[in-house]
Design a protein around this ligand. Structure first.
Ligand code: ITT
Length: 196
């Protein structure tokens, strides 16, 4: 890490996400986790859009730490369900349920439904010098009707990105990271930061 690397807080406690994003941003930036700035309380995330949630998390941190920071939120938006589960993707099957339960519920809702189009959408909210900026990353695909693959997490076993015959859960992580919604949003963030 170079001496002049700019510090940025990323609102996550997931070390894997932190490494992934650090890799994309390169060594001009030094990412700090919430742990690094001793922010251990749960950050509120109670809005009804990805944008509002990402902004809520980022402002919460900025107001506490006054350090440049960003937060992300992701949802799976299914056309035939008017964009659901969307912002509620993590808890679609209810509080305390897991990804398997979420998948089961989604496949039940889509039973007999022909239109299987869906997208993962990630929104990143960045706050620098008290100004907010939003970045979006989308990957379009189809919800297949049974689980395929063991890797990844969340809805990966039933999401097949356009142009591929594998689900996200069947792809090597590097391949998923090349085309994923999160990587696309982070690339937009990186482009913006490099120009600053
Ligand atoms: P943090 O906010 O603590 O980082 P989270 O689980 O809420 O973790 P996200 O906001 O990124 O993570 O995503 C919300 C849900 O969307 C997540 O729980 C998954 O069910 C789903 N999801 C997000 N990214 C996904 C991906 O790459 N593949 C499959 N499902 C994903």
């Amino acid at each position: 890490m170079s001496k002049s690397a700019r510090e940025l807080v990323f609102a996550t406690n997931n070390p894997h996400k932190l490494l992934e994003v650090q890799h994309i941003l390169g060594e001009s930036f030094k990412l700090l986790s919430l742990q690094d700035i001793n922010l251990t309380e749960e950050i509120p995330e109670d809005h009804d859009t990805l944008e509002k949630n990402a902004l809520q998390k980022a402002w919460y941190i900025y107001n506490k730490s006054a350090v440049s920071c960003f937060a992300d939120d992701t949802g799976l938006e299914v056309d035939a369900l008017d964009g659901k589960p969307g912002v509620y993707s993590a808890r679609y099957a209810g509080e305390g349920k897991n990804s398997k339960d979420n998948i089961k519920k989604l496949l039940k809702e889509l039973q007999g439904v022909k239109n299987r189009k869906a997208r993962f959408r990630t929104v990143i909210a960045l706050i620098v010098d008290g100004n907010e900026h939003l970045f979006e990353g989308i990957v379009n695909g189809l919800i297949i009707d049974y689980e395929r693959g063991e890797d990844g997490f969340g809805y990966d076993p039933i999401f097949q990105p356009d142009g591929f015959s594998l689900t996200f859960a069947q792809m090597p992580l590097d391949q998923k990271n090349d085309i994923s919604h999160r990587a696309r949003a982070v690339n937009h963030l990186a482009d913006f930061l490099m120009k600053q």
